[in-house]
Ligand binder design. Structure first.
Ligand code: CA
Length: 377
């Protein structure tokens, strides 16, 4: 089997209402989908996290190195692309582009052998995954002390056992909304907070000490990704588990985070950190360091499916026991018109639980009409 074509699809959709996290407002959602064709009629799909037009340029730069190659040689092709761009792209959009390619190759591999990707990654440890609701962003109008607790309560009513709140809007405001959301969801639901690295260590420690009383599941990206010493300071000062890693790349990047013991939970994005090949390696490294792994997910159904294939084979956080603590799926509940529309069958949760797709490859089918509908000009 040989690769005959590599295509990129830049997708864009306007939002009905803008929303904000600590560093910016969103009024559109974009996605970058990779399609790889073979001479045997098999097509693989991948997705790149990151700025769509730049990741598309990265994939188009890599495409000639793939044409005529055997798509089943996933590690060989990963090494080839990484080596070709090593001097210029050990992190960032180059690795994000490589991630989308690698995921598409795994989709082809699974389809070729007629099995889901997780079977080729070692076999499923679990067939369904507990999802947590990512939402609780800021709106243009209304009082966050009212709409955030309401939104959080709606996730609990849907059956979610865990929700994640955006912080990074100033320590006092963060503390007020954290208290209001905790009161709305009660004590049985896990509550995580995510600052999207809007703070330095001083402010992050101040916030952590203020909200520690609200039983916080983890404090995500308290400080910028480059500030490993800041992470270590925050982790040492707070009883709250510290999470991060959606802005880190490859086994080489995560080696530094793991060795420095800067985090309790790493969150590589499968569509950014190097794809399924690399994220499995990072997961094995994390297990050796006894550091938890929960994938970051912020994409379309392709990203969700790829993350679920990986989640199926991730080790439990805690050693084997009668009640092991399993990794969770990040399930983005914000508006994303493209997310499920490009799948022939949406990936939905039932009372906060998502089934791992068990069809060949990623276990999804792409709706080409939807791809055309959201094509960015
Ligand atoms: Ca995050």
């Amino acid at each position: 089997m040989k690769i005959t074509r590599v295509r990129t699809h830049i997708l864009k959709a306007a939002l009905s209402q803008p929303f904000a996290y600590s560093r910016a407002w969103y009024d559109t959602r974009m996605a970058m989908v990779v399609e790889i064709e073979t001479d045997q009629g098999l097509t693989g799909w991948g997705e790149c996290y990151g700025p769509a037009r730049i990741t598309a340029a990265a994939v188009e730069t890599m495409a000639p190195w793939l044409i005529g190659q055997d798509p089943l040689r996933t590690d060989f092709l990963w090494q080839t692309i990484y080596a070709n761009l090593r001097d210029h792209g050990q992190k960032g959009v180059v690795i994000q582009g490589l991630s989308g390619i690698d995921i598409a190759l795994w989709d082809i591999k699974g389809k070729h052998f007629g099995v889901p990707v997780h079977q080729l990654l070692g076999g499923a440890l679990r067939t369904e995954v507990q999802a947590y609701a990512t939402g609780l962003y800021r709106r243009r109008s209304g009082d966050p002390l009212h709409y955030l607790p309401d939104e959080a309560a709606s996730y609990v009513a849907e059956g979610f056992k865990a929700v994640k709140l955006k912080v990074g809007f100033g320590v006092e405001e963060d503390a007020n909304v954290t208290r209001a959301v905790r009161e709305a969801i009660g004590s049985d639901i896990a509550l995580m907070v995510d600052a999207n690295h809007a703070y330095d260590a001083v402010a992050a420690i101040h916030l952590g000490r203020t909200i520690g009383q609200y039983d916080i599941g983890w404090f995500e990206e308290p400080v910028p990704p480059e500030d490993i010493a800041g992470y270590r300071a925050v982790k040492a000062a707070l009883p709250i588990p510290i999470a991060g890693g959606e802005c880190e790349f490859t086994r080489f990047g995560f080696r530094e985070l793991l060795v420095s013991r800067a985090l309790d939970i790493i969150q590589p994005d499968t569509c950014a950190a190097g794809g399924l090949s690399e994220c499995k390696k990072i997961a094995d490294m994390a297990e050796a360091f006894a550091i938890r792994y929960n994938p970051h997910v912020w994409g379309t159904g392709i990203a969700i499916a790829a993350s679920l294939q990986l989640l199926a084979v991730l080790p439990p956080h805690t050693p084997p026991s009668l009640a092991p603590l399993a990794p969770m799926l990040e399930f983005d509940r914000t508006e994303h018109p493209i997310r499920q529309a490009i799948l022939s069958a949406p990936i939905e949760h039932v009372r906060g639980v998502v089934r791992v797709p068990d069809g060949p490859g990623l276990g999804i089918e792409i709706d080409r009409k939807a791809l055309a509908r959201f094509a960015a000009r």
